[in-house]
Design a protein around this ligand. Structure first.
Ligand SMILES: Nc1ncnc2c1ncn2[C@@H]1O[C@H](COP(=O)(O)OP(=O)(O)OP(=O)(O)O)[C@@H](O)[C@H]1O
Ligand SMILES: [Mg+2]
Length: 66
């Protein structure tokens, strides 16, 4: 498995990276997100959804859990 590290400095960069990454995904691919509160998981997921042309609103499950 290839390993790489990407460092993003703000919301927009994370979003744009995820949006671009989406174009390399295939059906059945799985992405696991791990990070503390506010790490950027939802930002990433929203960007990914945009790249996949998903029109539905993407919300953080954290709010639902709280
Ligand atoms: N490099 C970065 N990537 C993404 N968000 C960043 C970055 N730097 C700062 N931020 C800020 O950090 C916050 C990330 O929030 P986000 O909701 O995406 O995190 P989360 O991991 O989903 O949190 P939670 O576990 O509470 O759901 C936003 O306010 C965003 O502007
Ligand atoms: Mg979240």
């Amino acid at each position: 498995m290839n390993k790489f590290e990407i460092i993003t400095v703000d919301h927009d960069e994370t979003s744009r990276f995820a949006e671009k990454l989406a174009t390399y995904l295939h059906p059945g691919d799985v992405i696991a997100l791990e990070g503390d509160l506010g790490a950027g998981k939802t930002t990433f997921t929203k960007g990914l959804a945009k790249g996949l042309e998903i029109k539905k609103t993407v919300n953080s499950p954290t709010f639902t859990i709280i």
